[in-house]
Design a binder for this molecule. Structure first.
Ligand code: HEC
Length: 139
């Protein structure tokens, strides 16, 4: 039991180091904010999780979702920090539950909650990426 946990921790560390080596190219000529890069990863991982659920597998969370609370945004992209923090909190809460979840049906419900969390914040703050968030909808 203990050694299983160690193996899991080692795997996570390997994945972490492997991922931190590939730096995404900035799409924005002024450089991408930490928050924008995190959001792109959240979207990509969202598409992967959707595909996993559609195959009947438990979704694998690859993003460091807690970072949403501290990642630096593009200037003026968080007009109301209090509103942002509230939405960020409910997103993090959903992800914590999803990470612990071992039941596919429940995982699907939590995944849908996550998609709603993305949508709620974006409707209030930053409507541009809503098209991308709609790609995460699942039946
Ligand atoms: C708490 C509010 C909030 C939540 C929750 C949230 N976003 Fe965002 N999102 C933002 C803000 C603010 C930006 C602008 C970031 C910047 O430019 O620095 C952004 C930017 C983006 C972008 C554009 C990134 C780019 O290339 O510039 C995408 C795509 C995105 N979010 C997808 C998502 C997805 C998918 C989720 C859910 C898994 C999500 N967002 C959840 C607030 C949020």
């Amino acid at each position: 039991m203990k050694s299983n946990i160690l193996i899991i921790i080692c795997c996570c560390l390997t994945v972490f180091y492997a991922c931190s080596e590939q730096k995404p190219k900035p799409l924005n000529p002024n450089g991408d904010s930490e928050l924008a890069i995190l959001m792109r990863e959240m979207h990509e991982n969202g598409l992967e999780m959707k595909a996993q659920l559609e195959k009947g597998e438990l979704p694998k969370i690859k993003v460091d979702y807690e970072k949403i609370k501290t990642a630096k945004e593009t200037p003026n992209m968080k007009p109301d920090k209090m509103v942002f923090d509230l939405f960020a909190q409910s997103y993090v809460h959903t992800m914590q539950n999803l990470e612990k979840c071992t039941d596919i049906k429940q995982a699907k419900t939590l995944y849908k909650n996550m998609q709603t969390n993305c949508m709620n914040c974006h409707q209030k703050m930053c409507p541009g990426p809503i098209v991308k968030i709609n790609q995460l909808l699942i039946d």
